[in-house]
Each structure stands twice: as structure tokens, then as C-alpha cells.
Design a protein around this ligand. Sequence first.
Ligand code: ZN
Length: 101
Amino acid sequence: MARYTAGTVVSDVDGAAHRVARRSENRRKIELGPEYDAQGLVEFACECTRGDCERSVRVPLYVYQRVLEARDQYLLQAGHHAFDSYRTIVSLGLTRIEEKA
Ligand SMILES: [Zn+2]
């Protein structure tokens, strides 16, 4: 199976830049009007610092809005992190919300 990977491109993006890019992508999604799945969840991009991460997590919209309102909190897939030093705020299934420690 052929799979396109933009390895050389993403390697130039440093971790924090990736996190910032994913955050603005998620904000844009809300501004444009989020799409809900059958469970009423919205799919958001994982906001970690791994330049090649393309994962997404599904949470209720209000949960992500709380993340946006909070200072230094990020929505992540389990095992992905937004900071080297972090505190886990929410751990549910494969979804994590972490804040800077
Ligand atoms: Zn990630």
C-alpha cells in the first residue's frame, strides 16, 4: 500500500510549532461549525509536539472549549504530549487533556 509521508517537510517543523499549528486548526474547525458524529462528539487534531503526528481525538465540543479557556491545556491522544513536563488533567479511553507542569 502506497502511503504519502511528508517526512522531510515535517522534520523542519519544531515541536512547539506543530502544537500551535494543530491548535489553530482545531480553533478553525469550531469557527467553521464543527461536525458531530453519531455520539455527539467532535473530532479534533491531537495537539502534541510530534511533527509527524496526524492523530485525532473525539470529545464533546464543550470539553474542548474548556481546554481552550484554560491556560496551557492541550487535547492529546494517549502517549502524546504537548510539553516535556506536564500534568494529566483528564484521562478517558485514548483521550488525554494535559497542562504544563
Ligand atoms: Zn499527537
